[in-house]
Design a protein around this ligand. Sequence first.
Ligand code: FES
Ligand code: FES
Length: 197
Amino acid sequence: MANFTLNGKAVSLEVDPQTPLLWVLREHLGLTGTKFGCGIAQCGACTVHLNGTAARTCVLPVLAAEGGDIVTIEGLAENDDHPLQQAWIEEQVPQCGYCQSGQIMQAADFLKNTPDPTDEQVTAAMAGNLCRCMAYVRIHRAVKRAATIASERATSQVNGQQTDATATTAGVGIFDPRATAGTVSHSAVEETSHGKV
Ligand code: FES
Ligand code: FES
């Protein structure tokens, strides 16, 4: 029996605990975005996140993921709009596409910990993910672009929040004497009326 969270959902299935996680994801659970490349932890095609860190599932027995939190390319972003996915489209990265899920999952872990990477850092972080189509230049460019997209999104989110806060403050802070006058006047009328009655 194996139990873990997969892309935010609890999963429980009968399987030999020594089965590589990649087999479980692809064959048992039908998530074929993660690919089999070398089978010996050398190419990165099978990369997913296990407890927030990039892991190579071709050599990882499902037992090692027991109780863990797994994210595959299918669950990287709710609307497939992760900065890396956007950058990958902008830069038209894939050739055959086979290595690309692993590349993106590796890059996602890297950017989480290094949000403003240098060229050298990108090269070092992505060096273990092989691409038989030699799309390395575009992969590199897209990782850098994703860092910029993430930073722009964070800035616009902060600005949006500031705008909201300003609007709220302005709404609360505006003193409208007419409104007060109206209230006073209304109350006064009521009091007067009551007084009369
Ligand atoms: S298939 Fe896992 S690293 Fe190549
Ligand atoms: S795009 Fe073909 S292997 Fe990388």
